[in-house]
Design a protein around this ligand. Structure first.
Ligand code: ZN
Ligand code: ZN
Length: 418
């Protein structure tokens, strides 16, 4: 162990929390002097939200506005609200967030939801409520998926999330274990977290540059229950780590992040894919997913648990049956190496190769943010109300890059870069 590691190990929980807030604001968000910040957090993340608020003002934020949500209040809707409640969403709130983004605000989300909050609720109500939110949030979310503003997501440990991950432990023990995992994967227990993030960011950029030079036409996946060929969109661009947003700020949108990712072609996915981890989607769990694609479209979908939720998800709209993202993550990534299953996309997607149903990132196409929706569609970028990542990587997955002439080049073997 180095002296630097020893020094970091002596930090108190409060000091680590403060460092997490600092890297979230300075490195993740790249918040600029005079910028407004719109933050969302659960009441269980109050301590981190306060630390982030302090650091945002310290770097010169003009105004920090935090929207808090509460699990208990969310459940009361399912217990007591009339049926028509589940087709409603606060459009005025999402319109307001969109207006804030347009006038220059940055966006930070604190993740930490109870992964099975809604598991016992009526899937029809859950599906309708999610759809209503997706529709209402879409205009504001587009500013984020087009990278017009700087944004990031960081995680806070919460009692319900920790209990889901460590069911055998007492609450305080589980919470401490989850915080340790968050601090480690967010690089705040290194001697200089900002320098550690810069080095990591450079590594992801190098990987993306290599793939952009290769310009593969498709990827071929082989593993247990998976035999799948995925065409990449025309003019696709691999991204990883940070990007300069349309407003000029440099941000790293997820903390942690270990992925390089691009836009697949919405009409070019064929074969069978089996998920390697359960998917926690908006408070419900979907396990044992296996789907078959034909011409880019899911034609068969099964799940050993949560089949109904999966079915409703892919029935959201036509684009929900097609892919909007493909991401490569080595099995030796620090999050995968922890061996933990987080039931949270921010972490689990950074521990395994994944694909996402639904909306594509136009920033993953050359000059994508200048293209009209019709031009994006012509290049193969998918369009949907949803964007749901699910994990297909493991130490048994092999991936080949397929060149335009049809030759196969080994890209990953047993989950690791060749
Ligand atoms: Zn991803
Ligand atoms: Zn994604």
């Amino acid at each position: 162990m180095t002296t630097a590691a020893l020094a970091a190990e002596r930090l108190t929980h409060e000091q680590k929390l403060d460092r997490l807030a600092e890297v979230a604001v300075r490195v993740g968000l790249g918040l600029e002097r005079g910028q407004e910040l719109v933050m969302t957090a659960s009441l269980d993340s109050l301590a981190l939200a306060r630390r982030i608020t302090e650091h945002a003002y310290r770097v010169g934020a003009s105004l920090v506005t935090t929207l808090f949500n509460d699990d208990e209040a969310a459940l009361m809707r399912y217990r007591f609200a009339p049926d028509e409640s589940f087709d409603r969403a606060p459009a005025w709130l999402y319109d307001g967030m969109g207006a804030a983004f347009k006038s220059g605000a940055a966006r930070l989300a604190i993740a930490g939801a109870n992964p099975s909050l809604l598991s016992n609720e009526d899937p029809d109500k859950v599906g309708r409520a999610n759809r209503a939110v997706s529709q209402a949030y879409r205009p504001a979310l587009e500013l984020i998926t087009r990278h017009e503003i700087n944004w990031t997501i960081v995680a806070s440990a919460t009692p319900a999330w920790a209990a889901a991950m460590f069911p055998g432990d007492a609450q305080d023990v589980a919470l401490a274990k989850l915080w340790d995992a968050i601090f480690a994967s967010s690089r705040v227990d290194t001697d200089d977290p900002v320098a550690a993030w810069k080095a990591h960011d450079a590594g992801l950029h190098t990987r993306a540059a290599y793939l952009n030079e290769k310009r593969y036409a498709a990827l071929q996946y082989r593993g247990p229950g998976t035999d799948f060929r995925l065409g990449l969109s025309d003019d696709h661009l691999w991204l990883g780590g940070g990007t300069t947003a349309g407003n000029g700020a440099y941000c790293i949108p997820n903390m942690p992040t270990e992925e390089v990712f691009t836009t697949p072609h919405k009409n070019r996915a064929d074969g069978t894919v089996t998920a390697t981890k359960p998917l926690s989607h908006q408070g419900t769990m979907i396990e044992g997913i296996q789907v078959r694609f034909e011409g880019g479209r899911i034609v068969e979908a099964r799940a050993t648990k949560g089949q109904e939720v999966l079915q409703r998800l892919i029935d959201t709209d036509e684009g929900a049956r097609r892919l909007g993202e493909v991401a490569l993550v080595p099995h030796s990534s620090p999050i995968a190496a922890s061996g933990l299953l987080f039931f949270n996309t921010l972490f689990d997607e950074n521990a395994a190769c994944h694909i996402a149903l639904g909306q594509a990132y136009s920033s993953c196409l050359i000059d994508g943010d200048k293209l009209t929706p019709e031009q994006l569609a012509a290049k193969g970028a998918n369009d949907s109300l949803i964007h749901v990542d699910w994990m297909i990587g493991s130490d048994k997955l092999d991936i080949d890059g397929i060149t335009f002439s049809g030759a196969a080049e080994p890209l990953m073997r047993q989950g690791e870069w060749v």
